[in-house]
Design a protein around this ligand. Structure first.
Ligand SMILES: [Zn+2]
Length: 277
């Protein structure tokens, strides 16, 4: 099996409380490395804790997701179903710079995030709060010299404005735009800002991303599953896991008209370049 890297996944989430070791073993057994992405204090700490158990192949990112800057829809796959978790979702958290800086010092942490903007469900106050927390994480990434793992939903023009304003402090490469869903024009601006783009299971069942994938090109693409969500064909309807990232690689090869070994090798190289693995 060629080596693959699932650059954005969440095996530290509650959805894997009973079997995260088996899920990671299945992935490593087929030569697929993975990056568990934090979304708030607890999921960030757990991502680091898991990564520390492996000598290689399992990494973490640490950061505050834009939806957790205040009250959010409660996702039991992410946080579990206990009262404490529900309480967290009913308030969110303020960005604790020192806490995240501390966790980020760990050598298994390869990026700051997931951070960014999410306007899918929001109030006017949220926009300002999200921008402030995002800017704080851009500063943190600059201070500790790590790339950004960015989440953006229905907010690309504001995201690009913020990043353009912060351009002097962005790293090179600057990070990954996870589950990219913007336009070709957005992609071009983000390429100029030094970003890579990750695509996941959604490419196996909708054709909406084909053109943007071709315009970005293999040089700037990395693979992701975003597990436990968006499970690729042929496992639709089941919980996702990093071992399934191979289906994303195969589909990208088809879309780009390249062979899957080339896609595997290049996306792995790209992930290593941006995340300094
Ligand atoms: Zn994610």
């Amino acid at each position: 099996m060629p080596k693959l890297i699932d650059a954005h996944t969440h095996v530290q989430f509650a959805a894997y409380d009973n079997d995260w070791k088996e899920v990671i073993d299945r992935s490593l057994a087929q030569n697929t490395w993975l990056v568990n992405v934090g979304t708030q204090k607890d999921t960030s700490a757990k991502a680091v804790e898991i990564a520390e158990k492996y000598s290689e192949g399992v990494y973490a990112t640490v950061g505050l997701h834009p939806i957790h800057t205040e009250k959010s829809h409660h996702d039991s796959q992410e946080l579990g179903n206990n009262e404490e978790a529900k309480g967290f979702s009913s308030r969110g958290e303020g960005f604790d710079y020192e806490y995240y800086k501390g966790l980020n010092q760990n050598e298994k942490v390869v990026a700051v995030g997931e951070c960014g903007l999410d306007y899918y469900r929001l109030t006017e106050e949220t926009k300002e709060k999200q921008a402030e927390v995002f800017e704080a994480q851009i500063n943190l990434a600059a201070e500790i010299k790590k790339p950004l793992m960015i989440h953006c939903r229905q907010a690309y023009s504001d995201l690009i404005n913020i990043l353009n304003n912060q351009k002097p402090i962005l790293g090179n490469p600057s990070g990954i735009i996870h589950f990219f869903s913007g336009t070709k024009e957005n992609a071009k601006e983000l390429l100029n800002l030094g970003f890579y783009f990750s695509f996941g299971g959604v490419v196996t069942f909708v054709r909406d991303y084909d053109e943007v994938i071709k315009s970005v090109g293999l040089d700037k693409i990395v693979l992701e599953t975003d597990a436990p969500y968006v499970t690729p064909v042929p496992h639709r309807g089941k919980r996702n896991e990093p071992a399934y990232v191979k289906y994303v690689a195969e589909k990208l090869a088809e879309i780009l008209g390249k062979d899957s070994e080339e896609v595997a090798a290049k996306t792995t190289q790209n992930a290593c370049d941006v995340l300094k693995i």
